[in-house]
Design a protein around this ligand. Structure first.
Ligand code: FAD
Length: 309
C-alpha cells in the first residue's frame, strides 16, 4: 500500500497543512510519497523530503504548475495516482479545488474532510455542519481523500531524508490561466495555524471596535477571527470568517467575543482545546460549549482582560 500526499506549498515553502495530511497518511499505514507540483519548487521539495515518515518526494516542476491551477494539476495527480492506494490532500481551498477533479478523472467517489482513520478503507467525517460524524467505508481502487487538518496532529517537519524524484505530466491543459492574486498581509499568525484565536461577532458593533480585539490578540500572539454576521456586516474581511462556510480552527485557546454561538459558527471552532466566551446574554448558546464563560459587556471585559495579559 502506497499513499500519495499532495503537498500544499508556495514553491518556496511548504504549508503547515501538509504535515497534518502526512499524519493522516501515516494513520492509514504504508509508504508515503509526497507530490510537489510547482515551478522552481526546489525549496518546497527539499522541505517535503525532511518530513518525518515520508519515503519519496515526487517533483513536477513546470511553469504550468506555478500557481497550482487545478485544471493543470488534477490531470497530473490522476495520472500519477493510478499507481497508488490512496491520494490525500488537505481540505484547504487548494485541496478542495484539485481533488474532486482527480476523483472524477479516476471515476471514484471522493471522501471529503476526514477527521479520523479507522482502517485503510474506513474513515470518519463530519456531516450536518459537524452535528453528526459519519463513518464511511470505501471500496474504490484508489481512495481520493481530503483531510481536515484540525483532526490530525502534524508530523515532525524535520527528521526524514526522502529521495527526491522528478516527474513530468501533461502540464498546461489550456483551460485556465493565472491572472493575479491579492493576498491579505498580516503580522499576526495565520488563522488556521494559530495557537490562540480571538474572534469577534456582531456584538462588536462595528469594524472600528475590532481594535480592542487586535490589541488583545497582539499581546497574546493570537490570530483574529470573526463570525459570519461580523463579516456580512462589513466589520472585517471575509478571510477572517470562522465556521461552516469559513475557516475551521482548533487552537489551544479560542476566545469568542460578542458571538452568540450559532451551530454554523460552532462547526468551525468547537474542537478548540479551551473555549472562552464573553457575552452579555447569559442565555447565549456559546456558553454551552465554553470551558470558561464571562457574562459581561465586552467593552468593559476585553480592556480589563488586556490589562491582565
Ligand atoms: C448556510 C449557513 C452558513 C453559515 N456559516 C457561518 C459561518 O461559517 N460562520 C459563522 O459565524 N456563521 C455562519 N452562519 C451564520 C450563523 O447562523 C449566525 O447568523 C452567525 O454566526 C451569528 O453571528 P454572531 O454570533 O456574531 O451574531 P449574533 O447571533 O447576532 O450574536 C451577537 C452576540 O453578541 C452579544 N453581544 C452584543 N453586544 C454585546 C456586548 N456589548 N458585550 C457582550 N456581548 C454582546 C449578543 O448577546 C449576541 O449573543 C451561517 C448561516 C447559514 C444559514
Amino acid at each position: 500500500m502506497t499513499i500519495l500526499v499532495i503537498a500544499e506549498h508556495t514553491n518556496a515553502a511548504l504549508a503547515a497543512a501538509t504535515l497534518n495530511t502526512v499524519a493522516a497518511a501515516a494513520k492509514i499505514g504504508g509508504d508515503i510519497h509526497v507530490l510537489v507540483a510547482g515551478s522552481n519548487a526546489g525549496a518546497a521539495a527539499e522541505a517535503a523530503a525532511k518530513i518525518a515518515g515520508v519515503a519519496k518526494v515526487l517533483v513536477a516542476d513546470n511553469a504550468a504548475y506555478a500557481n497550482q491551477l487545478p485544471e493543470n494539476v488534477a490531470p497530473l495527480v490522476a495520472e500519477l495516482g493510478k499507481g497508488y492506494s490512496h491520494i490525500l490532500a488537505a481540505a484547504t481551498s487548494n485541496g478542495k479545488n484539485i481533488l474532486p477533479r482527480v476523483a472524477a478523472q479516476l471515476d471514484v467517489d471522493q471522501i471529503s474532510e476526514i477527521i479520523a482513520v479507522e482502517s485503510a478503507d474506513t474513515f470518519k467525517r463530519p456531516i450536518y455542519a459537524g452535528n453528526a460524524i459519519a463513518t464511511v467505508q470505501s471500496s474504490a481502487a484508489v481512495k481520493v481523500i481530503t483531510v481536515r487538518s484540525t483532526g490530525f496532529d502534524p508530523v515532525a517537519a524535520e527528521g526524514g531524508s526522502a529521495a527526491i524524484e522528478a516527474v513530468s505530466g501533461s502540464a498546461d491543459a489550456g483551460k485556465s490561466s493565472f491572472v493575479g492574486e491579492e493576498l491579505a498581509k498580516s503580522d499576526r499568525p495565520e488563522l488556521t495555524a494559530a495557537k490562540i484565536v480571538v474572534s469577534g461577532g456582531r456584538g462588536m458593533g462595528n469594524g472600528d471596535n475590532f481594535k480592542h480585539l487586535y490589541s488583545l490578540a497582539d499581546k497574546l500572539g493570537a490570530a483574529v477571527g470573526a463570525s459570519r454576521a461580523a463579516v456580512d456586516a462589513g466589520f472585517v474581511p471575509n478571510d477572517m470568517q470562522v465556521g461552516q462556510t469559513g475557516k475551521i480552527v482548533a487552537p489551544q485557546l479560542y476566545i469568542a467575543v460578542g458571538i452568540s454561538g450559532a451551530i454554523q459558527h460552532l462547526a468551525g471552532m468547537k474542537d478548540s482545546k479551551v473555549i472562552v466566551a464573553i457575552n452579555k446574554d447569559e442565555e447565549a448558546p456559546i456558553f454551552q460549549v465554553a470551558d470558561y464563560g464571562l457574562v459581561a459587556d465586552l467593552f468593559e471585559a476585553v480592556p480589563e482582560l488586556e490589562k491582565l495579559v
